[in-house]
Design a protein around this ligand. Sequence first.
Ligand SMILES: Nc1ncnc2c1ncn2[C@@H]1O[C@H](COP(=O)(O)OP(=O)(O)OP(=O)(O)O)[C@@H](O)[C@H]1O
Ligand SMILES: [Mg+2]
Length: 388
Amino acid sequence: MRKIIELKNITKSFDGEVVLDNISLDIYDNEFITLLGPSGCGKTTTLRIIGGFETPDCGDVIFMGEDIKDVPPYKRNVNTVFQRYALFPHLNVFENVAFSLREKKVPKDEIKRKVTEMLSLVALKGFEKRSVTSLSGGQQQRVAIARALVNQPKVLLLDEPLAALDLKLRKDMQVELKNIQKATGITFVFVTHDQEEALSMSDTVVVMSEGRIQQIGTPVDIYNEPTNAFVADFIGESNILDGVMLEDRKVAFAGHVFDCVDAGFAKREPVDVVVRPEDVDIVPEDKGQLQGVVTSVTFLGVHYEIIVDIKGFKWMIQTTDFCDVDEKIGLYIEPDAIHIMKKSEYSGMFGDYSTYSDEMEEIGEVEIGELAEYEEQEAAPAESETEK
Ligand SMILES: Nc1ncnc2c1ncn2[C@@H]1O[C@H](COP(=O)(O)OP(=O)(O)OP(=O)(O)O)[C@@H](O)[C@H]1O
Ligand SMILES: [Mg+2]
């Protein structure tokens, strides 16, 4: 795949406040890439730097191999759909889309051909003569997209284009946008703070926090292998626990030693452990690796969401099996459902799933029962040969 845009070590401050802190990102031809992160993390600023509306303090913006730092927005082969897409209210649908072509003195018949093609792409054929003020939010949004696409940019920047729409319309537009991207082959750089939207639409997701990129990957990678507690918490629901890597493929957390699939950590390295709510099996109490008491059960249609108290840590579990409140259950976690992350500045910020359990801290110290057994075994000479 060909690189279209390279951001290299971009830093940007406003009023002495660092807003982008050494951002590097490659964007490829034909890619649907999404910048995802909480409000204020620097998504729009990144987009504005790509579009040429903002100049980085340092770092390079490379467009198809050329440094474009000094190229003004209108000369970049990039178009932007802003959140407030500002259609021209006095012009009809056709003229809104035709506007930039008229400015460029494109011949009339070519304008007609291009605008008609774009309107059919966004499913607004027959709307040519309608006043834009008479359109629904979703229809206006599609006019804005047609207007941005009619110049055939290499790259389309979309800053939370669906934020103003209600849920149903938003879902429909997600599908349509994805289809438009596929049909045109234009690279889309999409901004959202909605993780579900990012996961469902993107080829690549860039998770940002506080002006820094936390992780770049496919939606599946980001979900299954979050690099740190911030990403694990921001993408989907998770139980995040303090753990200790005992050796390759053995980790202790919640007072139990688990087999896992991760290796390459230092012996006794403290780690963050992520277990997704849908990856925990409920088993009879005596068959569980962990034992706990159900403290709440919520029916959510497809599954139940239950909260299980295990030594003070409230686990969130999604299951299709019914459990009763106060029931004692066992939990079983397969090795590949345990995701190990390095400790980071975000460790401990999200750990406890619930906001209603605050007596967490000491659980992380994993010093209970089974760990002691592990230590005894480890002390035996036969075991120590397997150590590196
Ligand atoms: N022109 C500016 N002058 C001063 N501060 C700015 C300017 N533009 C952005 N900022 C600040 O930079 C930080 C990042 O802003 P940015 O708009 O990039 O965030 P964002 O990730 O797009 O957030 P949101 O999801 O709320 O749109 C914020 O703290 C914002 O207040
Ligand atoms: Mg923004």
